[in-house]
Ligand binder design. Sequence first.
Ligand SMILES: N[C@@H](CCC(=O)N[C@@H](CS)C(=O)NCC(=O)O)C(=O)O
Length: 214
Amino acid sequence: MSHDLTVWGVGTSRTMRVHWMLLELGLEYECHPLQSRTGETRTDEFKRLNPRHKIPVLRHGSVVLTESAAIIQYLSETFPNSAEVYVPSDAVSRARLNEWCYFVMTELDAGSLYVVRRHDGLKQIYGEAPTAVESAKGYFLHNLAAMSARIGGDNTYLLGDQLSVADILLMTCLDWAPSCGIVLPEPWSHYRQRVALRPAYRAALKKNFAEYKS
Ligand SMILES: N[C@@H](CCC(=O)N[C@@H](CS)C(=O)NCC(=O)O)C(=O)O
């Protein structure tokens, strides 16, 4: 069944989140394979969707969303597939999920990996800042060490035996870290191997990365 879903963006950790969630939920969608820093996000047409000229963007009917975490949360709630993706149903469970999501998005993504990306990999655009880059890598590892006890145990995923939005956010950061020169410690590399077995993850890697380079 078609739900009038369209995605703009491929080739990055942030776009991977959206393709992965759509595939977990078994949803068909149209894909515009725009890539970052190619000029494709700077057209007037695209900036009408996202004035910040960033990918990913999702359009569902008349709803347009432009932040990867918000997009996958919206998809998981709008098209629930309880066999594949956990969606909390009460305030406490939702808070537990959001705690992980905000932690990953603020401390690991924006506060660590994106600092390394901007001031090392993209220093020609954002400026060189070697001290900030080293500090961000250390901060990433410090956060993983502090949270290690929370991902061990009997749970396959962060919140039990089912994948959630938080796992997709975390996995895409763990996949991103090695390209920033970060070696993942245990139990994080083990968690990564475990989650990587999911068929939808592997299909999304293909869809998001196989034919494109970031
Ligand atoms: N916080 C945003 C970050 C989006 C973002 O920075 N996207 C980058 C690629 S990963 C981009 O579109 N860059 C293109 C540009 O700046 O022109 C999200 O998670 O969706």
